[in-house]
Structure formats: C-alpha cells, structure tokens
Design a protein around this ligand. Structure first.
Ligand SMILES: [Zn+2]
Ligand SMILES: [Zn+2]
Length: 319
C-alpha cells in the first residue's frame, strides 16, 4: 500500500512561510493498494494538486474511490476543484456518512450551489456515484474497508483499510471522556476503548491530534484529540507507526517539530518502540504488512462490490 499526503492541515488552509514543511492544505490522502486500487481519503484543499497530478500522469481516465470522513469544509472544499470529476470517461465513487436529513450527494451539492460556486454537481462530466455509509465493512477492489463512527461535532466515519497492510485514517476525533484528553489514554471500559480497538495492530495510523493537553481546556467540545491521548492510544493499540495529522492552523512548522519531540519523549518514557512523526504534505509512505485478510474486521460485510448501485452499507445498519 502506497500513501501520499496532499493535505495535512485541519480546520482551514494555511499557506505561508510558517507552514511550508508540513503543508498548508487541508485533509487529503492518496492511497494506492497493492492491487492498484486508487482511494482518496477526504477531499480538502489538497485535492486540487492531487487532481492535477492524476490528469497530468498520462495514464488515461482515472478510476477512483473517494472516502469522505465527514462534510466539514476542511474535508470537502477540494471537491469542486478536483479535476478528474470534470473529465468525461473518468469514473469515481464517492463515499461518506449518511446524513440525518440529507443524502451525501445533497450535502456535497450544497457547497456547489450558485452563490458559492459557478458549477453544480450536475456539471461533473465524469461518471460519479454516491454511497451513503453507516459503520460496517465493504470491499473496494482488493481493499477491505471498515468504517467506524468517530466522536466529533458532525457525523464522522474513520476508515480502516486493508490490503496486505493495514492503515487506519481517524480524523476528526475527540475522546469521549475529556479527562483522557488531559491525561492521555488509559483503559476505562468506555467507548474510547472501542476506538483503541479500531486502531489495534495497524501498520500505520493517521490520527487527528490538533491540540495539546495544555490547550485542551479552551478547546473542549470542538471535536479533536490531543497529542497525549493519541500517542497513548496508539501505544496501547500496538500500532507500528503513528502519523500526527490535522495540524492546527495556528501551529507552524517549528511548533509541529516540538509536538513531535514531545510525543517521542512521552513514548521513550513509556519504553515504547512506536514510531511517531507528523504528516507532511508531499510525503510518501510505502506500507508493507503481513496480517491475513481474515484477521481484519469485526463489522458486517457490506456484501456488495463498490461497482454496485447505491450504498454498499446503506441498508445494513450498525455493525
Ligand atoms: Zn477537520
Ligand atoms: Zn470536522
């Protein structure tokens, strides 16, 4: 599995001299599976450059799958600027959490109404299919995907991807128990334990860590994790590598370096070998794992190919 970060910033794009190393674009991660399946995690402003690169690659029409965690702006603002959607013969499936009152398509169409953007979703020239997800599992190409609700201020799904390696993409997430954001994760028998089980034994976890414990009291209820919570949770889950992600727009490159140094110190003190780094725009990672497919899951199978009509998980309820 190959991973490339096109946007690592949280909340709002933040270009400028202070963010050149870790990047100013909002969430967008390209994933290429061992079998060549193209998946894109979130469609923040980083999707613009990804779309340009896909079109310029000279490989012909793209066939891809866009997995959206939730429809806050920083995760969808790149959609109207994602070039493959405007090109005939290209084919994209878009997945995201089923809304309470609107379908995924309706919500995405909302940001492309005429007061906001000159072209509506009807202007997509590509073949585009929308899939409203609830938590559970589905197969896309050679990738097994488990979607799990995250504790956030909107309906949000995290995604666990498995080909011959395992990747968990968990943004945005706030601990259910606020004290764990302050002290770091420890098992409590509550729903944060379920979150740790979602991360369990992954080769790489990409996780929201927008705040520090010191910052958290002013940010409680905003829907985000602290680095202390995430480092402890990844360690408890025996994760191999942890990418700190969804960088706060107020944290410049040097401040992110300090965040990583603090995280490493916390792991050293715990005697952990977990590798931690901050996700940087443009960074590529090759993941190799050895976990058999049968060991993954815990949720129901969606039971439908991504090529099928409608939402693979739409009628399945919670796993
Ligand atoms: Zn966000
Ligand atoms: Zn959000």
């Amino acid at each position: 599995m190959q991973i490339r970060f096109w946007g690592t910033r949280g909340s709002i794009a933040k270009p400028g001299p202070g963010t050149v190393r870790y990047g100013g674009n909002t969430s967008c991660v390209e994933v290429r599976s061992a079998g060549g399946t193209l998946l894109v995690l979130d469609c923040g402003t980083g999707a613009h450059a990804l779309g340009q690169a896909l079109v310029a690659s000279g490989n012909g029409p793209t066939r891809g799958h866009l997995l959206i965690t939730h429809t806050h702006w920083d995760h969808i603002q790149g959609l109207p600027f994602f070039a493959p959607l405007f090109m005939p013969d290209h084919e994209w499936d878009i997945y995201g959490p089923r809304g309470l009152s609107q379908s995924l398509r309706e919500v995405l169409a909302g940001q492309m109404q005429h007061p906001y953007f000159p072209v509506t979703v009807d202007g997509f020239a590509a073949t585009v299919r929308y899939h409203d997800l609830v938590d559970g599992s589905l197969d896309i190409g050679d990738v097994r995907i488990t979607a799990r609700y995250l504790n956030h201020t909107a309906l949000t799904l995290g995604y666990r991807l498995h080909d011959d390696a395992e990747l968990v993409y968990a943004t945005d997430y706030e601990p259910h128990l606020p004290e764990l954001a302050l002290t770091g994760y420890t098992p409590t028998g509550g729903r944060d334990d379920d979150h740790v089980s979602f991360l369990q034994d992954a080769d790489l976890v990409i996780h929201d860590c927008q705040y520090t414990a010191a910052e958290y009291p002013e940010k409680q209820g905003w829907g985000h994790s602290t680095v202390e919570f995430v480092v402890d949770a990844a360690r408890a889950a025996r994760v191999r590598r942890l990418a700190l992600f969804h960088h706060d727009p107020n944290r410049d490159d040097d401040a992110i370096d300090r965040l990583v140094a603090d995280a490493r110190q916390r792991l050293d003190q715990a005697g952990s070998t977990l590798e931690v780094f901050a996700a940087a725009e443009g960074q590529m990672i090759e993941l190799r794992g050895s976990t058999p497919a049968s060991a993954v899951g815990g949720g129901v199978r969606g039971g439908r190919s991504a090529k099928g009509p409608g939402g693979p998980l739409g009628a399945r309820g919670r796993a």
